[in-house]
Design a protein around this ligand. Structure first.
Ligand code: FPP
Length: 235
């Protein structure tokens, strides 16, 4: 079975999952966070090397304050635990997105978790927090502009490869497969540059219910896709 090296996931449907059960939205996010742990283990077991999860977008600040607070608390709690599981599972943890808008303590916690886990290579878990692809590209453009101004780079040197080095994902390969749960079929400002050649898989299953079996279904579909990069498929 050809397993994708890198899977990116839009974990959608926590709110609807909770509503269906007569629970508050935040209960859906709690269930969603628990599922992150399970999917990390399942991914590792199935031989996936990179997993990149969309946890909080640049647009998510528009949600009610109590929901934003609850999500931040969940993420920070998850990160705490993650440092433990990083050792157990030899997991390298990264965060992408503009973390400068986060609580300073949370920022420190992120940098520390990244530092501690940077020695591991079995699974690379990347969590997108205050992430938006357009924002990432604009931040990269500013860095490129600064490098040109400081004469570290010339405009002619801006190729896909050099530009990629200014993105938050500079240390990650492009995703082979994007999964979005809970029925919507759009990218919602997620990894627009990086998903240029990825396969897309959409499922109606809500994120809290997306388990190992569902992941295997996605992998099966991926395996049967005829992947092309604009050229001719290898025989
Ligand atoms: C979308 O569901 C989900 C989010 C905006 C947040 C995703 C967060 C988690 C899964 C929990 C924490 C994450 C980690 C990495 C520990 P929605 O609320 O938009 O659902 P709806 O579309 O049904 O309303």
């Amino acid at each position: 079975m050809s397993v994708p090296k890198h899977i990116a996931i839009i974990m959608d449907g926590n709110g609807r999952w909770a509503k269906k059960r007569g629970l508050p939205r935040n209960a859906g996010h709690t269930a969603g966070a628990k599922n992150v742990e399970k999917i990390c283990l399942a991914a590792k077991k199935l031989g996936i090397k990179y997993l990149t999860l969309y946890a909080f977008s640049t647009e998510n600040w528009m949600r009610p304050e109590a929901e934003v607070k609850a999500l931040m608390k969940l993420l920070s709690g998850y990160l705490d635990k993650c440092v433990q599981t990083a050792h157990e599972n030899k997991m390298h943890l990264r965060v992408i997105g503009d973390i400068s808008r986060l609580d300073p303590k949370f920022q420190e916690q992120i940098l520390e978790a990244e530092r501690i886990s940077s020695v591991y290579d079995d699974l690379h878990l990347t969590i997108a927090i205050n992430y938006g692809s357009r924002d990432e590209i604009l931040r990269a453009m500013r860095k490129v502009g600064t490098a040109i101004r400081d004469k570290e780079l010339t405009p002619e040197e801006i190729t896909e490869e050099t530009f990629q080095q200014y993105l938050d994902t500079k240390d990650l390969p492009d995703p082979d497969l994007l999964i979005r749960t809970s029925g919507e079929q759009r990218l919602s400002n997620y990894l627009l540059w990086q998903l240029a050649y990825s396969e897309f898989y959409f499922t109606d299953v809500a994120w809290p219910e997306f388990d190992e079996e569902e992941l295997k279904k996605a992998l099966n579909v991926f395996e049967n896709r005829d992947r092309r990069y604009g050229g001719i498929k290898e025989e």
